[in-house]
Design a protein around this ligand. Structure first.
Ligand code: NAD
Length: 316
């Protein structure tokens, strides 16, 4: 099948491209390299360096005749979305509408949209949180993801465009950018490998549901052949930041002491996804526990460390 992966030079998108190419699909990537890296691009994929808001996208759809679209390109920095909600909406709403317009015009079989569980449910008393829980995004980033979930419903009703929404938990693994705000595991590893002090925000009792990138990619690729509209994808296990830090230090054999800094105002206290629906309907369950995933991630980070946007070998 011919598949478009937007954001295919990014952390998760590049792993997805690798997995789809292994499964013999023909892949086209659209990425503006604002955060993605050339080094992540699979040489067997065709690459267009382009903003998803570009008018040139229509001609690409016309020429390439995609069967499916995986849409991962996004402005995904929550703090940036708060500081500049217009930029966030341009990329995440207008950019995605550009892709949806092309998808309906050129009769894409299915549009697979990557949403976010944490951003969607906000702080909730129901942990782990199922898909049926009321949605309550508290940041412009969450609002823009939710807007697209609603647009997808509209495009299906109006034009018959099929779709699946995957609401990811916190994803970690090789190629994650430690300079972003999302990847706490990448941030700790980068600090530990550079002998810099890691800071834990507040008491470190904030919890998240951490899923390894290979597991998330396996679930995402399943969307090509499986039915259903909205699925959480995570592990259903809550881990707090102190546990996480201690686990990384132990697995990597680092000699480091934790230090606590001030709490981040408005930071979500707990987040964990109920993933029983995807297990029941698609038979998906993660293969990696946190210890195994962290070990693989440490091995990768020991060889590559991100500095000035370039993957740099730091040890052999
Ligand atoms: N990483 C997580 O824990 C997590 C959790 C929930 C949801 N998600 C979602 O998964 C997707 C991928 O996230 P990631 O962690 O791989 O992030 P990433 O930043 O590594 O990847 C995003 C990619 O999109 C590209 N991009 C950004 N703006 C673009 C634009 N206007 N036009 C074209 N390309 C553009 C970037 O260059 C980058 O390669 C995003 O949609 C994100 O919202 C990620």
């Amino acid at each position: 099948m011919k598949i478009l992966v937007t954001g295919g030079a990014g952390f998760i998108g590049s792993h997805l491209v690798d997995a789809l190419i292994e499964r013999k699909h023909r892949i086209v990537i659209i990425d503006d390299l604002s955060l993605g890296r050339k080094e992540n691009l699979n040489k067997r994929a065709k690459f267009y360096r382009l903003d998803i808001q570009s008018e040139k996208i229509t001609a690409i759809f016309k020429q390439e005749k995609f069967d499916h679209v995986f849409h991962l390109a996004a402005q995904m920095n929550v703090r940036k979305s708060v500081a500049d909600p217009i930029f966030d909406a341009r990329v995440n709403i207008i950019g995605t509408l550009n892709l949806l317009e092309c998808s309906q015009k050129y009769k894409i079989k299915k549009f697979i949209f990557i949403s976010s569980g944490g951003a969607m449910y906000g702080d909730t008393k129901k942990i782990p949180t199922p898909e049926s829980h009321p949605v309550n995004p508290v940041s412009p980033y969450g609002v823009s993801k939710y807007a697209i979930e609603k647009y997808l419903h509209y495009y299906q009703n109006e034009f018959g465009l099929d779709y699946t929404i995957l609401r990811y938990a916190n994803v970690y693994g090789p190629r994650q950018n430690p300079e972003g705000e999302a990847g706490v595991i990448a941030i700790f590893l980068s600090k530990l490998l550079n002998n810099k002090q890691s800071i834990i925000n507040g008491d470190g009792k904030q919890t998240r549901d951490y899923i390894y990138v290979k597991d998330i990619v396996r679930a995402t690729a399943m969307a090509l052949n499986k039915k259903g509209k909205v699925f959480n994808v995570g592990t259903g296990k809550e881990t707090d930041v102190v546990e996480l830090f201690n686990g990384i230090v132990k697995s990597g054999g680092f000699k480091a002491k934790k230090r606590h800094g001030p709490a981040v105002r408005g930071e979500q206290r707990r987040s964990c996804l109920d993933c029983s629906k995807i297990k029941r309907q698609w038979g998906f369950r993660p293969k990696y526990n946190l210890a195994k995933g962290i070990l693989e991630t440490i091995q990768w980070f020991k060889h590559y460390e991100l500095r000035d946007g370039v993957n740099r070998v730091i040890s052999n």
